[in-house]
Design a binder for this molecule. Structure first.
Ligand code: AMP
Length: 287
């Protein structure tokens, strides 16, 4: 099917029942259904998840929902970029079958009372700086998966802790969905694509790729057998010199548990969150 032909086929759903009915039809026809949850303000990173979805299944659904419960009181919920028409056009062009855009009332009806806590793996990294964030994420993703009932749900490695938290919740609760991780799509200079990059001014945009350069540098050091602490200290200094104001964390972690490690003896991930002006950037690389 050409992207032209499939661009005609994008159907928008705002409610659960008709979407579920459509998904049931697809599944009854033997088609594998892939869900890509997003908060909109779509970019090529999101589309790489869509493309992976088209490889893995016959039907791809993208949800767009800026989830209020995963933003802290002083975070950017109200100024988070929203551009539904552009997003829908992008999805149509990418051959997506359905867009699901639930309202806040659909997701959180009056007296909504449930929250999913994933313990341990959410203690450190972003979890330490964004109390309640991962409970908000785990709850909304569980809800989206229950609403849509896809065979597969795809998430970006860009939000690596999020991916691991979701894997854990799905495993712990026997949620019948396969979770897939998709590598981070980057600009040519290494900056990970993010909806929040549009907050950066020209000078900040020039500085931002240093974050990936330092992650790569630490990874190379670890590969040659060096210890994490001195590598992290040197990179932290360089990030500060480059103009990053607050480095919330720059950590070398076990890739599964996200517990800090000093040497890369098993699967290892280096993760960072840092402010450039008022913009919080996160990134991570595998060792
Ligand atoms: P968001 O809209 O920021 O919630 O992101 C929706 C999904 O896209 C999440 O699973 C993200 O990890 C993923 N994503 C965001 N940026 C990128 C990127 N640069 N490369 C790959 N996946 C990404």
């Amino acid at each position: 099917m050409s992207s032209q032909a499939s661009s005609v086929a994008l159907v928008r759903f705002d409610a659960v029942a008709p979407l579920r009915a459509r998904v049931s039809e697809w599944k009854a026809a033997g088609e594998r259904v892939v869900l890509v949850p997003t908060m909109g303000a779509l970019h090529r990173g999101h589309l790489s998840l869509v493309n992976r979805g088209r490889e893995l299944g016959q039907r791809v659904i993208v949800s767009i929902f800026v989830n209020p419960t995963q933003f802290g009181p002083s975070e950017d919920f109200s100024r988070y970029p929203r551009d539904t028409e552009t997003d829908l056009a992008l999805l149509a062009g990418a051959g997506v079958d359905a867009a699901y855009l639930p309202s806040v009332e659909t997701m959180y009806p009056k007296d909504f009372s449930t929250s999913l806590t994933v313990a341990g793996i959410t203690d450190g990294l972003c979890g330490a700086y964004r109390p309640g964030h991962f409970a908000g994420v785990a709850t909304v993703v569980t809800k989206l998966v229950n609403q849509v009932q896809p065979d597969i749900a795809l998430f970006g490695e860009k939000d690596f802790q999020q991916l691991q938290v979701i894997r854990r919740a799905v495993r712990d609760l026997d949620i019948p969905v396969e979770i897939g991780g998709v590598p981070t799509l980057r600009e040519e200079d290494g900056l990970a694509l993010s909806s929040r990059n549009r907050y950066l001014d020209a000078e900040e945009r020039r500085i931002a790729p240093i974050i990936h350069r330092e992650l790569t540098r630490i990874a190379e050091g670890l590969r040659t057998g060096k210890a994490a602490s001195p590598l992290v200290a040197a990179s932290t200094d360089r990030l500060t010199e480059a103009g990053f104001s607050t480095i919330q964390y720059l950590s070398v972690c076990d890739a599964d548990t996200l517990a800090p490690v000093e040497h890369a003896t098993g699967p290892t991930r280096i993760l960072v969150a840092a402010y450039l002006g008022s913009t919080r950037l996160i990134d991570n690389v595998a060792v």
